[in-house]
Design a protein around this ligand. Structure first.
Ligand SMILES: [Zn+2]
Ligand SMILES: [Zn+2]
Length: 218
């Protein structure tokens, strides 16, 4: 019963999850400001994003991510649930609750394509953690927006990444900073990043004004 939550239900079903973000499908005529397109490996699951810059972008070295992604670490970008619009295959999603180790849509949970099994996102209670490898980042500016800003659960790493980014032993902001990330260096880096971001936004605003396509740069 629980196993078939995402599959075998008709598009017009009354399942509550289909009526709410992040699975709410926007009508063609609804105003969803598309900034990015993304798809899973097989292309059955497709989505759009309306936010230019993720709320955060992190590399997670925890052993759960290592196992779930079959990779040394995981890259996730954080968005609001209302920032995503599935345009295809949101009925072909499969949910996994890593806490209960069960196939269930209980939050937080892992969301995958049920066909190619590409990880799509982690759905939290309030936010979603998307995997940017699926997002079509076309310009250097796009890539800069998604660039990882820190490492977390670095204490569980399988390899060192001497990139100067802040490294947290556990949860970012709620554990100790280690390795090549003394606190003053982290603050300096955050200052630099914020300055670059402001510069980019100002440049973007100029560009948009010149092109005359509206003043909304967000
Ligand atoms: Zn797929
Ligand atoms: Zn993790």
């Amino acid at each position: 019963m629980v196993k078939d939550q995402s599959q075998g239900e008709s598009t017009t079903g009354v399942s509550e999850w289909k009526q709410k973000p992040p699975y709410l499908v926007h009508d063609e005529n609804k105003d969803f400001d598309v900034k990015y397109e993304a798809n899973c490996h097989c292309g059955r699951v497709k989505y759009q994003l309306s936010r230019r810059e993720p709320l955060d972008s992190k590399l997670c070295h925890c052993t759960t991510c290592q196992v779930q992604h079959a990779a040394p670490f995981q890259w996730a970008a954080i968005f609001h649930k209302t920032d995503i619009n599935f345009t295809n295959g949101h009925h072909d999603l499969e949910w996994y609750d890593p806490t209960e180790k069960s196939i269930a849509h209980t939050l937080p949970c892992k969301v995958r394509c049920s066909y190619c099994h590409s990880p799509i996102m982690d759905e939290g209670r309030n936010m979603i953690l998307l995997f940017p490898s699926l997002v079509h980042l076309k310009t250097d500016e796009d890539k800069a927006y998604f660039k990882p800003r820190c490492h977390m659960f670095y204490g569980q790493r399988v390899m060192d990444i001497p990139d100067g980014l802040p490294k947290w032993t556990g949860l970012s902001g709620a554990s100790d900073l280690i390795e090549d990330s003394p606190p003053d260096q982290v603050r300096e880096l955050e200052r630099k990043r914020e300055a670059e971001r402001t510069k980019k936004l100002e440049k973007g605003a100029e560009k948009v004004t010149k092109e005359g396509s509206g003043a909304n740069t967000k």
